[in-house]
Ligand binder design. Structure first.
Ligand code: HEM
Length: 300
């Protein structure tokens, strides 16, 4: 609260607006149509922090884990980043550079397919009774879409669905923006993640730097990274899917330390499991894109 008030009084003419400034302005000018309060502002800031931190760091961690296990993919992704940096004459990482990293984007998509940080979407409730496929769904039923299962279903991804193969997205139309309901790492419909573009930019930026500045080894792997393929990929149970074991890797610095803009430690993400409280509501987990369409576009 004190921070909000501080922000309110310290802003001077001509300063660029940040998120808090925009929200405070909306209170003042009343153009929003619905009144917003300081409590609403606190809730939005909390949403941004909780929705936008662990999700992005989890994607980075799973992606590096998969790259370690797939050295050919790692080499290709690193080659792309390093060549782009050479072309750009060692400029800093920015949006324009990121737009050139087409293979890295495929790598992130593939990582999101196998390891969506939020495996079960925000629960939906059927507003009225309806029929989906052969099932009668009573009004009030809570439905949870299982993005994790959809992402690994051979029906949609073929017999190598469990394999990390970014090329499967090459030249294809499938994206994560809520139009392809077999691939919904950010959800779909009215509740789709509002931080999708921000989240992807963050993940790309962090990964591009980790791949540019360092070669990565499994501790004890020696010159030839023999243990890499056996890296433990177990998941911890929880509302978001994080690694069960901490990811411990050895970063080998490749570029001069002066250009090293990042914190070398990958964040340790042992997560305090949140229990999903289902209370007394009938809850149906589902993993079919047809059901997904009905739920995400029909019910809130
Ligand atoms: C790669 C990173 C991210 C992933 C994978 C992700 C994924 C998701 C998913 C799956 C949902 C539920 C959507 C649904 O049920 O249809 C969601 C909701 C949400 N996300 Fe993200 N998210 C990411 C980054 C962010 C960021 C950076 C922010 C904010 C700065 C953010 C803010 C939110 C909020 C506020 C919601 C709740 C929306 C609602 O209540 O309707 N997320 N996110």
């Amino acid at each position: 609260m004190a921070t909000i008030k501080e922000h309110q009084s310290s802003k001077s003419e001509g300063d660029e607006e940040d998120l808090l400034d925009v929200l405070l302005r909306l209170i003042d000018d009343g153009t929003l149509g619905i009144p917003i309060t300081f409590d609403n502002i606190k809730a939005v800031i909390l949403d941004v922090f909780t929705g936008g931190t662990e999700t992005s760091s989890t994607v980075v961690e799973w992606t590096i884990s998969e790259l370690i296990r797939n050295p050919t993919v790692m080499a290709k992704a690193q080659g792309e980043v390093r060549e782009a940096m050479m072309r750009w004459k060692n400029r800093d990482f920015d949006e324009e550079l990121l737009s050139e990293l087409q293979y890295l984007k495929l790598v992130i998509k593939e990582s999101l397919r196998l390891h969506p940080p939020l495996p079960l979407m925000l629960p939906r409730v059927a507003k009225e009774a309806c029929q989906v496929l052969d099932y009668e769904v009573p009004a009030g039923t809570r439905v949870m879409i299982n993005a994790w299962a959809l992402g690994r279903d051979p029906l949609y991804w073929g017999s190598d669905a469990e394999r990390f193969r970014p090329e499967r997205f090459e030249g294809g139309e499938v994206d994560y923006k809520g139009n392809h309901l077999e691939f919904v790492p950010f959800g779909a419909g009215r509740r789709i993640c509002p931080g999708m573009a921000f989240g992807m930019a963050t993940v790309e930026l962090v990964l591009a730097q980790l791949l540019f500045h360092f070669d990565w080894k499994v501790p004890g792997g020696g010159e030839v990274n023999t243990a890499a393929e056996e890296l433990d990929m177990q998941e911890a149970f929880g509302a978001s899917v994080v690694r069960k074991e901490k990811l411990r890797l050895v970063p080998v610095l490749r570029t001069p330390a002066a250009r090293c803009l990042i914190d070398r430690r990958l964040r340790s993400l042992l997560y305090n499991i949140n229990k999903i409280i289902l209370a007394q509501v009938v809850t149906v987990p589902c993993s079919s894109h047809v059901v997904n369409h009905e739920v995400m576009f029909g019910h809130v």
